[in-house]
Design a binder for this molecule. Structure first.
Ligand SMILES: [Zn+2]
Length: 555
C-alpha cells in the first residue's frame, strides 16, 4: 500500500512542526485517510517511546487499531469500558488506543504514568477544547500532542488555538475535491411549504433537538421531505440513486421511511438506528450495499458505520448550525467509487460522477443554517455566499465549487470595472475599494477574490514568502496579515498571468492606476507606461465610452 502525495506531505510537515512546537494540529477532510497518516506519524514516534491514541467513539477506536495494524508494525491494545490495555505477556503495547470518556475518570487515568508516552494523538480534535479532553491531555503533561480534525471551525486563540500551538497541515474537503481524491458535490435545495424553524431554540450552538423534532415530524414536513428526496433521487431512467438520508431523531427516521415508501417501492426503503441490534444493522447495511435498498434513513447524530463509497446522494433532513456536524454527514458520500478499482476520482464513465446533496429550506427564522457552501469555502464572504446560493437555487442544483468560483469571478470582475472607472474619473485619487480588506488592490489587479478565513489565519509558508519577495510584490501586501490560502491564490494568479503572456504585476499595477486595462502583454504594457510617463504621469486622454460603466451586476 502506498501513501498518497498529500499524506506524505502531511507527515513530513507534522514531523517538522514538532521540532519547534509541543502541540500540533492537522486538518484533514473526512474520506482523505487521516487515520493512516496518524498511524504513520505514530510509527515515527515509537522509537522515542510509547503512544497514546485518544478517540471518543468506539467506531474510531476500532478503526485506529485496524489502520495501525495494517500500515505499521506497532502493537496496539484498547482501553475502553471493560477493556484494559494491559499488553501481552507483560509486554506493554506500543500504542494504547483509549476512549476519552474512560480516561476522563481519575481512577482509570491513574493507571497511566504521566511520563509514559512520547506522543498523545487526539482524534476529532475539535472536541479537544472541551473540559473532559483537557483533563486527559493535561495528565500527560510532557508528551507531545498531535490533534486531527476534519473541521477547523476555529483556529484562533478562542478555539483550537488554545489547545494547539500550530496547524502543520490543512487539507479541507475543497482541496481534496480539487485534487480528485473526493468527488465533486452538487447541491440541490428543496423548499418545503410549512417548514418553520423560527420558533426552534438554540442549545449548545445548534438547533434544539426536541424543538426540531416537533417541527420536522409535522406531516407536511415529513411528506415534503419524502417527496423531494425521491424526486431528486430518481434518475431519468426511473432507477433510484443510492441515497443516505439523515433524520433528526429515530422517530423521524421511521416516519420518513414510511412516507418515502408511499412514493416508491416500500421494500426498497429502510430506517436503521442505534436502537436496532447490531445484527439487524449489519444486515441492513449489507442490503444497502448490494443494491436491495435504495434509500437508507438514519439519524444524523449517530452516523457511525455508514461509510459506503457507493452512496450517490445524501439527503439532509436534519438542519444544523454546526459546520462540524454537516461536514461529517456529507463526508459519508464524498468518497469516489469506481468498478475498475481506481484510487481517487477518475474519468471512467461507470464510476461515481458526483455526490448530490439535498437540503431542505423553509423559514429559518434567525438561525443561520449550514449548507455545502459553508463547508466548501464559500461562506466567509456574505456577498459571494449570496451570489453562489442564487446559482444553486436557480436551476435545481449545481456544482458547489463551480458556483463559488463563478461568484468570486463575477465579484472580482465587477470590482475591477469599478476600479478602472474610478481611476478614470478621479485622476489623482488612489484606488481604494472595500477598505476593510487590506489586500483589495492586489486582488483587484489580479482579478481574484480569495476569501480570508478558510485558512483561519495560518501564515504563508516560507516558500510562499520567498516567492512573494522575489516577485517584488511584498510592498503590495502586508505578509503578516496574509493567510496561506490568500498567498496561494495570489501566486497562482501571477503564474497564470505569466503563462498567458501578460505583463508583470508591477506593470499591471501602474496601468490600473492610470485607468488602463492591466491585462495586456509585456511589450504593450511597456509602450503604454512610456506614453503615460511622457504625459507627465497623468492618465492618457481617452475617447468617451460607456463600455466600462458598471452594469446591473451590482452585488
Ligand atoms: Zn476508474
Amino acid at each position: 500500500m502506498k501513501l498518497r502525495p498529500y499524506q506524505e506531505t502531511c507527515i513530513a510537515a507534522t514531523l517538522g512542526a514538532f521540532q519547534a512546537h509541543q502541540k500540533v494540529l492537522i486538518v484533514a477532510a473526512t474520506g482523505t485517510g487521516k487515520t493512516v497518516v496518524l498511524a504513520k506519524i505514530a510509527e515515527h514516534f515509537a522509537v522515542k517511546g510509547r503512544i497514546l491514541f485518544l478517540a471518543h467513539r468506539e467506531e474510531l477506536i476500532r478503526q485506529a487499531c485496524d489502520k495501525i495494524a495494517a500500515w505499521t508494525s506497532l502493537s496496539t491494545a484498547v482501553e475502553m469500558g471493560g477493556e484494559r490495555a494491559d499488553g501481552f505477556f507483560g509486554q506493554p503495547p506500543d500504542v494504547v488506543v483509549a476512549s476519552v470518556q474512560t480516561l476522563a475518570r481519575a481512577a482509570r487515568r491513574a493507571r497511566f504514568q504521566p511520563d509514559e508516552y512520547s506522543l498523545v494523538i487526539v482524534d476529532e480534535a475539535h472536541h479537544a477544547v472541551a473540559e473532559t479532553w483537557q483533563r486527559v491531555i493535561t495528565h500527560f503533561g510532557d508528551a507531545k500532542v498531535l490533534g486531527c480534525t476534519a473541521t477547523p471551525d476555529r483556529l484562533d486563540k478562542k478555539g483550537l488555538g488554545t489547545t494547539f500551538d500550530t496547524a502543520a497541515f490543512i487539507y479541507e474537503i475543497r482541496d481534496a475535491i480539487t485534487d480528485k481524491w473526493l468527488v465533486p458535490i452538487r447541491q440541490m435545495i428543496a423548499r418545503i411549504e410549512g417548514l418553520d424553524l423560527s420558533a426552534v431554540r438554540t442549545t449548545a450552538g445548534d438547533l434544539n433537538e426536541s424543538d426540531l423534532e416537533a417541527v420536522m415530524l409535522k406531516s407536511t414536513a415529513v411528506h415534503g421531505v419524502a417527496q423531494a428526496t425521491i424526486k431528486a433521487a430518481r434518475r431519468p431512467d426511473g432507477t433510484i440513486r443510492k441515497c443516505l438520508l439523515f433524520a433528526t431523531t429515530i422517530a423521524h427516521a421511521h416516519a420518513l421511511a414510511t412516507a418515502i415508501g408511499t412514493y416508491t417501492d416500500r421494500s426498497r426503503v429502510l430506517a436503521l438506528s442505534s436502537k436496532d441490534g447490531s445484527e439487524e444493522r449489519r444486515a441492513g447495511l449489507r442490503a444497502f450495499r448490494n443494491g436491495e435498498i435504495d434509500v437508507l434513513c438514519n439519524v444524523m447524530l449517530y452516523s457511525e458505520g455508514f461509510d459506503e463509497p457507493l452512496v450517490e446522494m445524501v439527503s439532509v433532513a436534519r438542519p444544523t448550525k454546526s459546520r462540524a456536524l454537516y461536514s461529517q454527514v456529507i463526508g459519508r458520500g464524498t468518497r469516489p467509487s469506481c468498478p475498475h478499482g481506481c484510487d481517487g476520482y477518475c474519468d471512467h464513465a461507470d464510476a461515481k460522477r458526483n455526490l448530490l446533496v439535498l437540503d431542505f429550506a423553509g423559514n429559518a427564522g434567525k438561525h443561520s443554517l449550514v449548507n455545502c457552501l459553508d463547508v466548501l469555502g464559500g461562506g466567509a464572504d456574505p456577498v459571494i455566499h449570496a451570489r453562489a446560493m442564487q446559482k444553486i437555487a436557480a436551476d435545481g442544483g449545481c456544482d458547489v465549487i463551480e458556483a463559488i468560483e463563478q461568484a468570486q469571478k463575477e465579484l472580482a470582475d465587477f470590482e475591477r470595472r469599478m476600479a478602472l472607472e474610478a481611476a478614470r474619473r478621479q485622476k489623482d485619487v488612489r484606488v481604494t475599494l472595500r477598505e476593510v480588506d487590506p489586500f483589495a488592490t492586489i486582488f483587484t489587479i489580479l482579478g481574484i477574490h480569495p476569501a480570508a478565513g478558510r485558512w483561519g489565519g495560518v501564515a504563508p509558508t516560507p516558500e510562499q514568502r520567498g516567492e512573494i519577495e522575489r516577485l517584488k510584490i511584498d510592498r503590495e501586501v502586508n505578509v503578516r496579515l496574509l493567510d496561506r490560502g490568500q498567498a496561494a491564490e495570489i501566486l497562482a494568479a501571477i503564474r497564470r498571468r505569466r503563462a498567458a503572456g501578460l505583463c508583470t504585476f508591477p506593470q499591471a499595477r501602474v496601468l490600473l492606476k492610470f485607468g488602463e486595462n492591466p491585462d495586456v502583454p509585456f511589450e504593450a504594457a511597456s509602450g503604454l507606461i512610456d506614453q503615460i510617463a511622457r504625459n507627465g504621469w497623468k492618465p492618457l486622454p481617452k475617447p468617451v465610452s460607456n463600455s466600462l460603466t458598471p452594469t446591473s451586476v451590482v452585488p
